[in-house]
Design a protein. Structure first.
Length: 192
């Protein structure tokens, strides 16, 4: 028995006359938050918490600014929402986040009783909602979270890739001016 169902979707924006799916709309808001993060030196991950059609809280990563390892976009939004609603029980809410949550954030999602999680890009290095682990699917927990992954996945992934490509470019320019780095022969990595 599974605790949740993971739906992999391929929502994309189109110029058709059909109304936009609500998941696409709120994920676009999360992407707007993610685009703000690099302006303060943060990895571009954004999150939005919604109840019904009301946006309760928005945010992006703040780990570098705050030097707080728990300041992921999801944690920021969960804290803001709990303060706004004056309760830790965030029932009947949907959390939209541009990157698959890590184990810490997946645990916080369960603990805060969020009903539904929608994320953009899968995280093959730290994802805990289907990639490496599947914390929401663990049937022994007493709360169930409906998970939908892959909403505006390409936009979320490209935003992250461009950020890290730019960051490596800056590092490469700085390293040219510093002392040479000794050559280290690493074993080839296996393609995913």
């Amino acid at each position: 028995m599974l605790a949740c169902s993971v739906t992999i979707t391929g929502f994309t924006l189109s110029a058709s006359s059909q109304p936009e799916h609500p998941d696409v709309h709120y994920m676009e808001l999360a992407l707007q938050q993610a685009r703000l993060a690099p302006l303060v030196g943060e990895v571009p991950v954004g999150a939005v918490l919604v109840r019904g059609s009301d946006v309760i809280a928005t945010g992006h990563n703040y780990r570098e600014v705050s030097q707080d390892p728990t300041a992921h976009a999801e944690m920021i939004v969960i804290r803001k929402a709990a303060e706004q609603l004056k309760t830790w029980r965030l029932t009947d809410t949907t959390l939209y986040v541009t990157l698959e949550p890590c184990p810490m954030c997946a645990g916080a999602i369960l603990q805060s009783r969020i009903t539904r999680l929608v994320f953009g890009a899968w995280d093959p290095k730290a994802g805990a909602c289907g990639s490496i682990l599947d914390i929401p699917a663990e049937h022994r927990f007493n709360h169930r979270v409906q998970v939908t992954g892959g909403v505006l996945e390409d936009q979320s992934r490209i935003l992250l890739q461009e950020f890290f490509r730019d960051k490596r470019g800056i590092v490469s320019e700085k390293s040219r001016d510093s002392q040479p780095v000794p050559y280290v022969d690493l074993p080839p990595t296996r393609p995913a």
